[in-house]
Design a binder for this molecule. Structure first.
Ligand SMILES: C[S@@+](CC[C@H](N)C(=O)[O-])C[C@H]1O[C@@H](n2cnc3c(N)ncnc32)[C@H](O)[C@@H]1O
Length: 294
């Protein structure tokens, strides 16, 4: 009886070792490139996973468990609102965040805070050099406004015809919403609230470092203007620490008009555009993205 031969065995000519190694290295490189492409293509999931962990309250929950906890421990302590049936999914989110350096997997399934996730703890009084929480800032990076506008980046880049409104838009955000980021902040209450919560958290964080590092500058000053100073968090912190400094904030008129908590005796708010005028002062502070980026 004739034996059936393995077609691939008969079709493949004998090859020397060098050819095999070269072919295999090239395939390895291709597979590596494909894996990297997957990673780049899905990189936005890292931001989504971070947003998810913040919304669920994982950094604060781990902090309240003493700085390290397993998911079953977090679940048992009722610190995170995720039903047991979904813990395997949360476990995958945590693995992704641990691989990204946001948490550290100390041992299988036990997660600790890292310097990054410590910035996301809501009530951190452990004295890690800061007392402010940057959760709102991290959430601000991922709003639907940002996602929707950034998905139009290519469309915005190739739109160049000055006769059409889209082509003339200064930014993808302007093209998508027909207004600047700061106009959006003024018009959308929810977005505006998140924006200023994020900015004041960031300002508190930076002010703590600024005062430690540049205290002698403020100690010698009699006046300071914080240009684009938002809700005045930084200026208020400086005024409190250095009462001899007369602090003011230069802000866009729509912001000064629309946000009541801006009124503060320690800080004067001046409505104006920094491109037109900056009030004279011993110290001019600028912590701002001055263009209407989107
Ligand atoms: C990114 S926020 C920073 C706020 C604050 N300096 C901080 O660090 O938290 C930028 C601020 O600059 C203000 N701004 C933008 N363009 C401005 C301009 N041309 N003149 C004055 N303020 C401006 C915005 O209203 C916004 O509050």
């Amino acid at each position: 009886m004739a034996q059936q031969q393995n077609p691939s065995a008969t079709a493949t000519p004998p090859v020397n070792q060098a050819t095999t190694t070269t072919g295999s290295a090239a395939d390895d490189e291709l597979l590596q490139a494909q894996a990297e492409l997957w990673c780049h293509g899905l990189a936005y999931l890292k931001s989504i996973a971070l947003q998810c962990a913040i919304k669920i309250g994982i950094p604060t929950a781990i902090h309240r468990c003493g700085g390290a906890a397993s998911l079953p421990e977090l679940h048992a302590s009722s610190l995170i609102p995720v039903p047991a049936s979904k813990q395997p999914c949360l476990s995958r989110v945590m693995k992704l965040l641990a691989a990204s350096g946001i948490f550290r997997e100390r041992e299988a399934g036990v997660y600790c805070l890292t310097p990054v996730s410590r910035l996301l703890v809501e009530d951190d009084t452990s004295g890690g050099g800061h007392t402010s929480c940057l959760s709102s800032l991290a959430l601000l990076f991922n709003t639907p406004f940002h996602f929707k506008a950034s998905q139009r980046m290519a469309e915005w880049l190739i739109a160049g015809n000055k006769d059409d409104d889209d082509g003339a838009a200064e930014t993808p955000l302007m093209m998508t919403y027909g207004m600047s980021l700061y106009d959006l902040v003024g018009r959308d209450t929810e977005f505006g609230t998140l924006f200023y919560k994020a900015m004041s958290g960031d300002s508190r964080f930076v002010a703590e470092i600024l005062m430690r590092q540049c205290g002698e500058v403020f100690a010698r000053a009699a006046s300071l203007v914080d240009v684009g100073g938002g809700d005045g968090t930084t200026a208020k912190a400086i005024a409190k620490a250095f009462p001899q400094v007369r602090c003011s904030v230069l802000e866009l008129p729509q912001l000064v008009d629309s946000v009541p908590p801006l009124v503060d005796d320690a800080v004067e708010f001046i409505a104006g555009d920094m491109m037109d005028f900056i009030p004279p002062a011993d110290v001019v502070l600028l912590k701002v993205r001055a263009h209407n980026d989107g």
